[in-house]
Design a protein around this ligand. Structure first.
Ligand SMILES: Cc1cc2nc3c(=O)[nH]c(=O)nc-3n(C[C@H](O)[C@H](O)[C@H](O)COP(=O)(O)OP(=O)(O)OC[C@H]3O[C@@H](n4cnc5c(N)ncnc54)[C@H](O)[C@@H]3O)c2cc1C
Length: 426
């Protein structure tokens, strides 16, 4: 008998899960609130597109104290809007408790392994579906302005060697020689060699289009209002806002930051805080005075990600970053959008001669322990969750989808999911 699944949300996590379920013979229906192909509310279309495997989670020793210090500066890289909110306070306290070396080591044992497997999953999906998204597996550069910070960046790179990640220090002269985009003020860079970058909106559009070819039904501009809970607490389907009901053997919640409010309607909690980031996109005119960076990079002191992208209309550059924890839907903080340009200008020559063609904001779904929630939910048979990837969702989404499809199909997942159990928040 054909097994059926409803996947809620067509970001990178939902689209990857739908792909692997369809490959396993499931009759899959994907329900997506936005128009597929547009860079809408989904974090997956507008992010920096760095597939930065081996990246640390947010929960690092000292991160909570740094966050508190920055709380009163609207132009700090991490800004928490001060407000009296019990959920935020509980989240911050739990975050603080997880900012330890022991938790980081345990987390990296899982995330480090997921990284390589995620790129393998992504590459096999892209090859089979022939997705063109300017995917380049040439690593990324951690570009640094001060010699002291370069030593810090080198120490960080050394610490991920044990998970199999390769890196190289690039001295200033070499950096300026190999890439004319940089200002002479840069001190050097660390090249994290195993990673990749892409135009994420093209990847999502290609992946969702490929789902249809696999026989999945993609319902875009359709919004799930609630999960349908039947006898014994089993989740049997979803209610849409247009009044329709859809039924399936498995309901997969991959709605990014919106997964928690939907889960709560079924009595399940996945507490997350939305960490908003912004992007500015620039087109490159033929006579641009600003040289196009040759690869993806993060500007170390300003935390701005810079990604070159070849699109159908020509070369483009995306600057993305800033992390702002605040209520969903709050007005944009223009000073934080401006931080992208200011941060970029400190490293890249003539960046201010380019005109942005679009700007965007999206939400990273952040759990308080820095790890995603992936798996089934106790007391809610038929319900499966994959969310909470924070700043690593584009990177780890593909393997998450593969692992969740294996769990739904009753198999041992290809990654260690023991620390990712959604029940840990119950
Ligand atoms: C500025 C910025 C830069 C980033 N850069 C990187 C990067 O370089 N590398 C990296 O790995 N990660 C990056 N990230 C993080 C990454 O974008 C996210 O972790 C990832 O996209 C989350 O994917 P998702 O599928 O879980 O959620 P989303 O992409 O948010 O997808 C959720 C989907 O669910 C849909 N949905 C929600 N509610 C409903 C409903 N009720 N009914 C139907 N559909 C619904 C939404 O419309 C959305 O399409 C960045 C994030 C930001 C904000």
């Amino acid at each position: 008998m054909t097994r059926t699944a409803i996947v809620v949300g067509a970001g990178i996590v939902g689209a990857s899960t739908a792909w692997y379920l369809a490959k396993r013979g499931y009759q899959v229906t994907v329900v997506e609130r936005d128009a597929v192909g547009a860079i809408g509310a989904s974090a997956s279309g507008g992010n920096a597109g760095l597939l930065s495997i081996g990246h640390f989670p947010l929960t690092r020793p000292g991160a909570s104290w740094r966050g508190l210090r920055w709380m009163f500066s609207q132009t700090a890289p991490l800004y928490i809007r001060p407000r009296f909110d019990g959920e935020l306070i509980a989240w911050l306290w739990n975050f603080h408790l997880h900012c330890t070396q022991r938790h980081l080591d345990r987390s990296m044992a899982v995330l480090g392994d997921m990284g390589f497997k995620s790129l393998a999953s992504l590459e096999s999906m892209m090859e089979e579906a022939r997705i063109e998204c300017d995917y380049q597996r040439d690593g990324w550069l951690d570009v640094v302005l001060s010699a002291e910070k370069l030593a810090d960046a080198e120490r960080e790179a050394r610490s991920i060697e044990r998970y199999g990640y390769k890196w190289e220090r690039v001295e200033k002269e070499q950096l300026l020689r190999q890439d004319p985009c940089f200002r002479p003020e840069v001190a050097g860079a660390i090249h994290l060699k195993d990673s990749a970058h892409c135009a994420p909106h093209l990847l999502i559009a290609g992946l969702v289009a490929a789902l249809t070819n696999l026989g999945a039904v993609v319902r875009d501009r359709a919004e799930v209002r609630a999960l349908k809970v039947g006898r014994g607490g089993r989740v049997t389907g979803v209610h849409l806002t247009n009044g329709e009901e859809l039924h399936a053997d498995a309901v997969v919640l991959t709605a990014g930051i919106w997964s928690d409010p939907l889960a709560r309607l079924a009595g399940v909690r996945i507490p997350m805080q939305p960490a908003r980031g912004y992007h500015l996109q620039f087109a490159y005119p033929a006579n641009a005075e600003c040289a196009m960076p040759s690869t993806g990079m993060v500007l170390h002191e300003s935390f701005v990600a810079v990604t070159p992208m070849q699109t159908a209309t020509g070369p483009q550059l995306r600057l993305a970053g800033t992390l702002e924890i605040g209520p969903l839907g709050a007005a944009w903080m223009r000073e934080r959008v401006a931080m992208l340009l200011k941060g970029g200008n400190a490293y890249l020559k003539n960046l201010d001669t380019l005109k942005p063609i679009s700007e965007w904001a999206g939400y990273r779904p952040c759990t308080s322990d820095g790890l995603p929630a992936v798996g089934g939910v106790s007391g809610r048979d038929g319900l499966f969750v994959a969310t909470g990837h924070a700043m690593m969702g584009m990177t780890l989404g593909p393997v998450t989808g593969r692992a969740l499809a294996e769990i739904i199909d009753g198999e041992k997942p290809c990654i260690d999911c023991s620390m990712l159990n959604p029940d840990r928040f119950a």
